[in-house]
Design a binder for this molecule. Structure first.
Ligand code: TYM
Length: 332
């Protein structure tokens, strides 16, 4: 088993990232048998496909590393590194540009969302972004990739690229990776709009809970979260047309490690005046230990750099054979 996943070091980690991805990284790391390997990286090369202030980006990279460690990733067991420190990602990404088809990339919904109406003005990097992402996982022969729902299409593309490369070169070089998507938290939505994904790029801070928010901030954001005047029903089916209510129940379920049905059994007939304070308390208590550990790790940037360098050394060693085989397969 080889687990690989990444996160962009832009802004603070939010509840969607945590429940949709990072918590799963930690669980997979903790359950990993001795002969398996977990690689987690900061996708700093992906971050530059949109404009970022270099000073802010440099600070965010360390901050994200500290946050991931505070969430429970142990750099002694998992390989934690910066993508930019393993040039093989870029090299394989370029090789795979020869395999990926423009038509495939044209179908990527994330590019459509991120480029919006200004497609012609988007960077070439933003368009080719999923090819680098394919290289990120194929480089390590990943068997499983823990991600939120929004990355599923990119993972399918990685499988298509791997299949075509293997066929074109008459090899079985690349392993086809399977996405691991958590059922309860695959898609955490904005607190301001139950139809939009919770996202780092949403201009409204009130739309997301971040792992650096203190107890009062978390409680305030949940109090002000969009909801409705109805009470909670007995079944999830009855929440079909209440996206905000469904999202808040889903967040509770994910935080409590329960199903949404179990949450509704407990809160059936209660309004948001009762549900929101319970959710706020649960969120504060779940995130409190992470925030306390984060304050500890961010106090020692030199140690963070040392840990990331050590992770990169291990990742480079694992990447070398596959990159060499990819060059050879192409006759280079
Ligand atoms: P990124 O940085 O946007 O998000 C990191 C992880 O968090 C998940 N996620 C969510 N899950 C549930 N609800 C949400 N609202 C939510 N928002 C984000 C994402 O699905 C992701 O798992 N392209 C990737 C980074 C990347 C990568 C990779 C991932 C680069 N190379 C290789 C896996 C494998 C991204 O931008 O994720």
């Amino acid at each position: 088993m080889r687990i690989v996943s990444g996160i962009q070091p832009t802004g603070n980690l939010h509840l969607g990232n945590y429940l949709g991805a990072i918590r799963n990284w930690v669980r997979m790391q903790d359950a990993m048998p001795a002969d398996g390997e977990c690689l987690f990286f900061l996708a700093d090369l992906h971050a530059i496909t949109v404009h970022n202030d270099p000073v802010v980006l440099a600070a965010n990279i360390r901050e994200m590393a500290a946050t991931i460690i505070a969430c429970g990733i142990d750099p002694a067991r998992a390989i934690l590194f910066r993508q930019r420190h393993v040039p093989a990602h870029v090299e394989l990404g370029w090789l795979l540009n020869g395999t990926a088809r423009v038509g495939w990339l044209n179908r990527m919904t994330q590019f459509k969302e991120k480029s919006g109406k200004n497609r012609e003005g988007a960077s070439v990097g933003l368009f080719g972004y999923p090819v680098l992402q394919a290289a990120d996982v194929l480089l390590y022969q990943a068997t499983h990739v823990p991600v939120g729902e929004d990355q599923k299409q990119h993972l399918e593309l990685a499988r298509d690229i791997a299949t075509k490369f293997n066929q074109d070169t008459g090899t079985d070089l690349f392993t086809l990776p399977d996405p691991i998507i958590p059922p309860a938290a695959a898609r955490i939505m904005s607190l301001r709009d139950g139809t939009a994904k919770m996202s780092k790029s949403d201009p409204s801070e009130a739309s997301r809970i971040t792992l650096v928010d203190d107890a009062d901030t978390i409680a305030g954001k949940i109090r002000k979260a969009k909801s409705d005047a109805d009470t909670l029903p007995a079944t999830i089916a009855e929440l079909a047309n209440r996206p905000e209510a469904r999202n808040l129940v889903g967040i509770y379920a994910a935080l409590a490690d329960q199903t949404a049905s179990e949450v509704l059994t407990r809160f059936e007939g209660k309004g948001f005046g009762t549900f929101k304070p319970a959710l706020a308390e649960l969120a504060v208590e779940t995130l409190r230990p992470i925030r306390e550990r984060l304050n500890h790790f961010r106090a020692d940037p030199a140690e963070l750099d040392r840990l990331l360098d050590h992770g990169a050394t291990r990742a480079r060693a694992l990447a070398t054979p596959t990159l060499a085989a990819a060059y050879a397969a192409l006759g280079l």
